[in-house]
Every structure is written in C-alpha cells, then in structure tokens.
Design a protein around this ligand. Structure first.
Ligand code: NAD
Length: 348
C-alpha cells in the first residue's frame, strides 16, 4: 500500500463522505476508519464500501491511548485525517466537558500517538479538520480569513479552537507536519437530524413544529458535504505544510430563509398545498450566546489549489431532500431511542 491513512470520525456525517471518496479514488491507499460510534456515528453510512479491500474499520475512542498505539502499529499508519469530534453546539451548552474530553484531550492524545509513532516526521501528515466557528461572530460586513484572530464564543467552538492551537503547537514544538482546514456549515446526506436542515426535513415530513431560534435572523454559509470532502482531498495532497485553508460555499443564508425554502421544496415533493409546511414554523427562545453571522473567504484554497464548490445550493438542497425522502429507514433508525429523549429535553 502506498499510504495507510487513519481517518477518525469516519462513521459520522462528513467523515463518511471523506472515507468513501478516499476508498474509491485511491485503491492503493489503505483507509482505516477509526470511530467509537457515539450517537452521531453510524456504520450504515458506509454500507456501500464495507467489503472494499482497501477499507478497514477500527472501533476505538481517540482518548484510548493503548488502542490508538495498537491501531498505528497494526496498520502502520502513515498519515492522519482527524474528524472525530463532538460537533453539536447545543449539546456543548448542556455538557461542555464532553467537548473538552473528545475535541481537546482526544486530539492531543492522537497528536501524541502520531508524534511518538512517526520517527521520520517529514514523511507523514497530520491533517486536522476544523470549523469556521473558531473565528467568532461577524456582523453585517466582512469575511473570515485564515489570518482572522480566533474569538470562539461557544463551548463547541472553544474546544475546536483549542484543538487547532494544539495542532499548531505540535508542528512548532515537535516538528510534526500538519495542515488545518476551517470549513463553514455542511449539508447533505447522512447528517444527524439534530442539525437544522435534516431536522426540518424530518419534522415537515412528520407534520411536527419547525423550531427556529430567535427570529431566525442568524446567517450561515452552507456547503454541500461532498464538496467539503473534495476540498479535504485537495488539501491533503496539495496543501502546504503547516498552513491553514478556509473552505466555504460562497452561499450565505438566514436560518429563517433556509427553513422557508425547505418548506417550499417539501410542499412540492409531498404534493401538499403551497404554504402548508410553512405553518409549522415555530419561533423558540434563542440559543444562549448565538453567533450572528459566519462567512468564509475561501479565496486562498481557490487560488492556490483551484478548489471551488461543484454544486449550486439549489441543486445540492434538492439532492439532499431527495436523499432523506428516499432513506426513511436511515432516518427512522437514527431518530429512535436517544434522539427522542434529546429532542424532548431540548425543544419541549
Ligand atoms: P458528526 O458528529 O456527524 O460525527 C462525528 C464522528 O466522530 C461520529 O462518527 C462519532 O462517533 C465520532 N466520535 C465522536 N467522539 C469520538 C471519540 N471520542 N473517539 C472516536 N470517535 C468519536 O460530525 P461532523 O458534522 O461529521 O463533523 C466532523 C468534523 O468536521 C468535526 O471535527 C467538526 O468539528 C468538523 N466540522 C463540521 C462542520 C459541519 O457543518 N458539520 C463544519 C466544519 C467542520
């Protein structure tokens, strides 16, 4: 095998798309998907590549030092693409320590394992996947650049910011070869329905209220998950050592406008009267410390690596809705059990 890449969090939303892309595109790489399968990890996401010769799944927690060492040794890991994380802002507000444990301590544990395992550090890459939320909140104008000072506002973004700092510290202190990318909000197939877009699709289908924080005026930039995976592929292969790349969709939306758009699409797809689903919109108490606007300037990755989104939002969102409507079983299985408990506690 030319490379043996450890992808952490590969059973989650973005990770599963990255694993699939690498397994299919690079038959000469071994792809080791390491995931402890929290509520957000689901091997169903990778059913189609399960039998591929260059794919292996290892169930492990990134906080488990012994298991990590074993995996590095057994599979002679040459590179890491690190996506495993607690990823939902609302959950970070109710349980910040879980985010410190996985996103900060887990990342440092992984960095340590890689540093100790790789004697010839210049031949190996530690790629850390992060978020634009580390830059804080914007008002009307301006964009996040790679040079924008960090100003995280939520326990989630603070834990991701801390992990980014540790990655840079390992590059600076121990000579680890690293790269970081900070991406805006992703949407697409396999996203856990606690996040805005799949939550709305699921609730519209079930005729349940669509909870919208505050007045729905918060603005996010949205990128189709497959385009994020393509960007990760490019940064992994062609990104400059120890650099940061911002990844974004050039696609800003107010939350309320996204919800209204989903209502229109769902009315059409479900054969409902125009405006029927919009009746379900329910404004709820705003999220504590809710960031007003995130907006990425993705000029660097565009100019240096030639990346840009391949899909318009109009096409991507139709594909996404179709996927959720065609994969009811997936949605039913992830929304039973713990999800119901979380949903009741959070929205009622
Ligand atoms: P996700 O919650 O869907 O998936 C996270 C995965 O990590 C799950 O499979 C889970 O089982 C696994 N995991 C969690 N804790 C673990 C642990 N201790 N050990 C091993 N595995 C563990 O998340 P996602 O939305 O796919 O995000 C993936 C990465 O991308 C995260 O690092 C996140 O911060 C980053 N990111 C996400 C977005 C977004 O819009 N979703 C945007 C930018 C960056």
């Amino acid at each position: 095998m030319e490379k043996s890449i450890l992808i952490t969090g590969g059973a989650g939303f973005i990770g599963s798309h990255v694993v699939r892309l690498f397994v299919k595109k690079y038959p000469n790489y071994r792809i080791v998907n390491l995931d402890c399968l929290t509520y957000a990890g689901n091997l169903e996401n990778l059913k189609d590549i399960e039998g591929e010769k260059n794919y292996v799944f290892a169930k492990a927690d990134i906080n488990n030092e012994e298991l990590l060492k074993e995996v590095f040794n057994d599979y002679q890991i040459t590179d890491v693409i690190h996506l495993a994380a607690e990823s939902h802002v609302d959950r970070s507000i109710t349980d910040p320590l879980a985010f410190v444990k996985t996103n900060v301590m887990g990342t440092v544990n992984l960095l340590n394992t890689a540093k100790n395992f790789w004697q010839d550090k210049e031949n190996h890459l530690f790629y850390h996947v992060s978020t634009d939320e580390v830059y804080g909140s914007l008002d009307e104008g301006g964009y996040f650049l790679e040079t924008t000072p960090y100003d995280p506002q939520s326990p989630y973004s603070s834990s991701k910011a801390a992990s980014d700092h540790f990655v840079r510290a390992y590059a600076n202190t121990y000579g680890l070869k690293t790269v970081i990318s900070n991406c805006s909000n992703n949407y697409g197939p396999n996203q856990f329905p606690e996040k805005l877009i799949p939550l709305c699709i699921h609730n519209i289908k079930q005729n349940k209220p669509l909870p919208v924080y505050g007045k729905g005026e918060n603005i996010r930039d949205w990128l189709f998950v497959v385009d994020h995976a393509r960007a990760i592929d490019l940064v992994f292969h062609e990104g400059k050592t120890n650099e940061t790349y911002n990844i974004g969709g050039f696609n800003e939306w107010k939350n309320i406008d996204i919800v209204k758009l989903l209502c229109e699409i769902m009315d059409r797809k479900l054969g409902r009267d125009k405006g029927a689903s919009a009746q379900l919109i329910t404004f709820v108490k705003d999220r504590a410390g809710h960031d007003q606007r995130y907006a990425i300037d993705a000029d660097k990755i565009n100019k240096e690596l030639g990346w840009k989104p391949s899909l318009t939002f109009e096409v991507g969102i139709e594909e996404t809705v179709d996927w959720y409507l065609e994969n009811e079983k997936w949605l039913d299985s992830v929304t039973s059990g713990d999800y119901q408990k979380y949903y009741q506690e959070h929205y009622s």
